[in-house]
Design a protein around this ligand. Sequence first.
Ligand code: FE2
Length: 289
Amino acid sequence: MDGEKNRKKKSKRVGFLGRLLSRLPSNQPLLYPLYLAAQLDTVMEEYASPRVPQAFDGLTIAFLSDIHYGALFKEDRVRSLVQRVNDLQADVVLLGGDYGENSDGAVAFFQLNPGFQAKIAVLAALGNHDRTLPDENYGKLRKAMFEAGVIRVSNGAYMLERDGQKLAFASTDDYFNGQPDLERVAKLCRPADFTVFFPHNPDILPLTYQLPGGPFYQLALCGHTHGGQVALFGRSIKYSSQTGRRYLSGWFHENGVDIRVSNGVGTSGIPVRLGARPQIHLITLKKAQ
Ligand SMILES: [Fe+2]
């Protein structure tokens, strides 16, 4: 599935305005957009469905996306974020991509050895910012993730098995800047009783509806949109999604799958938010009768 006509593989950097704003205090409610961008909510959610296998009833997933480490999200915030996540003591930590503002930043993020902890595994997808040029950064990124104890899930699936039931966590390479292989991921996940698909960008989801056999997952967890980052009444000044507002933020149900799109943690370009609070999620899977 390469050669998508809208793919953009440019390396993004924080511009003058972003750097200037990042020097202003972020702890003053009067400077509300800067203040909001420095907040972080932990959203506790229960995902109840008859399709959750009994063996995985109660499994907890800490999900976070779009950290954008760098000039706008410095190391002290990374350390405090990781502490927040680790305090949740989740079974699985899912990282949804966009670790830096570009691939240099993504490599630098994992070289910090951030120290995410989970009872079972820390799994990570790749975002469009992580897959910017130069290509040699991809090798560096894979190495830095491995050395940080993070399992990269890119065109792959991480399978858990309990009492003969299988639960898969799957992701593709990034939709915009990588080489996503949905057919391969679908084949890996079909034997699972339940699949959590966590591609960075929800724009890839409609493509899964066209696969032979339909979507290969029941629950999708995505980031990328930042909830619009600066949004009022559900409308943003700039959409990062090719589908506009379709997956801006929140829960969606379509084509038999449930979708959660996170506002994400950090910011892109400028360190401001409006109408889209930074968030991480603790999602508990529940077997509904
Ligand atoms: Fe992002």
